[in-house]
Design a protein around this ligand. Sequence first.
Ligand code: CAA
Length: 261
Amino acid sequence: STTYEHIIVSNPKAGVGLVTVNRPKALNALFSPLIVELNGALKDLDSSKTIGAIVITGNDRAFAAGADIKEMKDLTFSAAYGDDFIENWSDLTVRIKKPIIAAVRGYALGGGCELAMMADILYCSKSATFGQPEIKLGTIPGAGGSQRLTRAIGKSRAMELILTGDTFDGQKAAEWGLASKAFETPQECLDGAIETAEKIASYSKIAVKAAKEVVNKSQDQGIKEGVDFERRVFHSLFGSKDQKIGMAAFAAKEKPKWSDE
Ligand code: CAA
């Protein structure tokens, strides 16, 4: 079997594939090598004859604190646009046919929140911290956040969160319908996700595949266009000074001084 550097793949219950993002020192910041591994692991689990459902999680402190700011801070517009930066994050939503449950404990910020929202079912602990703080870095969400958050919790709330960069907890995520359940503790969240995955895996794989496909049909009309558009605008912000200022300030642990350019 494949060995990975930044994720752990395990089989906690019959029919359940568990993918644990494992870059704890960087709060599971999602850099490119990690996304490549994640895509590879999900594809393997998707084609496995025995796996019926997949759980993605991080650790108690962080599901994922975002795309990797240090990887992005010097990226140019032409490199972002030319290489279609983070387009491969969408593999999760377009290529994987088996149900994916995100078990969010700790931080799910920026790209971490977006990754969680790409899952078919979102579970969280009450103390989890969600948000799209990109505005504080002089940029915007780039992996579907503006589209999926808005669909999940409504325009006014999503607009407020994306424009302020404010965070919200797991309890609110469940109240607003972003998460289907908020658990008392991080451990209960992970156990609950595995239990639900085990139940799904006990059913006909054909029926499960069809069920996921038809539910997604209700969501997908137009979202691809929205996410593609968002990514182009996200790319164009790598041509701004303020993206460089915002991300350099983060890396240097300083407060950004915006140029408005
Ligand atoms: N990218 C790169 N490194 C990150 C990171 C990220 N998104 N988030 C955390 N880290 C690193 C920190 O730089 C730090 O590294 P060092 O030990 O080398 O200094 C380490 O992880 C631990 O983080 P902190 O010391 O900052 O931990 P904290 O407890 O003080 O704060 C936090 C936690 C509030 C989550 C803070 O780390 C933070 O604000 N992180 C950034 C969150 C963010 O802005 N995410 C959005 C990224 S942009 C994006 O995702 C674009 C997109 O839409 C695709």
